[in-house]
Design a protein around this ligand. Sequence first.
Ligand SMILES: Nc1ncnc2c1ncn2[C@@H]1O[C@H](COP(=O)(O)OP(=O)(O)OP(=O)(O)O)[C@@H](O)[C@H]1O
Ligand SMILES: [Mg+2]
Length: 332
Amino acid sequence: MESGFYSASGSQPPEFFSPFSKNNQSRVKQVWAVGGGKGGVGKSLIASNLAISLSRLGNEVITIDLDLGGANLHTALGIDLPQQTLSDFIKERSPSLNQCVVPTGIPHLSMISGAQDSMDIVSLSSTEKERLVQNLKLLDADYVVLDLGAGTNFNTLDFFIMSDTGLIALLPEPTSIENAYRFIKGAYYRRLKMNPHLAKIHPLIEAASDAKNSMGIRTPSDLFREANRLDPEIAMRLKLEITKFQPRLIVNQARTQADIDIGSSVKTVCKRYFGIEIQYVGYLDYDPAAWQAVRRKRPLMLEFPHSKLALNLEKITQQLIKQHSPGSISFL
Ligand SMILES: Nc1ncnc2c1ncn2[C@@H]1O[C@H](COP(=O)(O)OP(=O)(O)OP(=O)(O)O)[C@@H](O)[C@H]1O
Ligand SMILES: [Mg+2]
């Protein structure tokens, strides 16, 4: 059986169906996760600079490098590899996640650096993942921003789907677009499979996640039809879960209007063929400031605060905050 947040704790419902913000002990208002199926699409650049942008608005922010294999978020933030990293927590050398939080030198922004042992997120057991999730909620921050690794392994997908805001970065290139679709579909089916209320139709969901399944389930509406045949009540629950899944998309390194429009095309395709409502929250211009900042080991927002890219990132931060502010529609 695949690993999952709730498999280790038996009958407990999976945590990611209760967003962090709803936990009474938690100060954390929002968890944002930046993923995308492919490596090098700008996940760390986006995570680090959204975190800076949030902190500049006066929020206490902690950003966490969950790219356990190739952790380098600290470099994007312009600091040396901290002594304490996530591996200390995972290997239980640090009893609490709070002890792995280090200052970045940027007001209101701290970070937890990625594991540095030869460990990757795939090898995180469900017990380790659950402990990490429980501790994430207790961090002393308004926002927690997760920098996910590349790929679509279950652990990465789980951190994405448990977040309040899941962001997918893609480059305007066929391989990156393909990987983004794979990531979206993977997260979508993972979310449904992990929902205990849909247990009765798990075999159907399992079948649906195989694009060549013999039951002819190709789209969420096919899945709904089959679920409805089995149990109309569960089918309604399924519909609700499908509408709740609303990942956000960012097109990175846009050079032309056609690049910018890729975000809208992906949105349309997701809606038409998968029934998934993606929100295209904006694009980031291709900007040499990005690699110049990396070479100087300085965060882009601080080194080039007036660059096109910094302004793009600020705009996206504001847009995301607005979506969750009182009076706006909550998707969770
Ligand atoms: N908008 C942009 N304009 C120019 N260069 C960019 C832009 N965004 C990212 N880059 C460059 O692309 C490279 C990859 O970015 P980044 O490290 O953030 O990607 P990543 O998705 O985190 O990669 P990995 O999967 O390896 O962790 C970096 O050198 C960065 O400077
Ligand atoms: Mg990265």
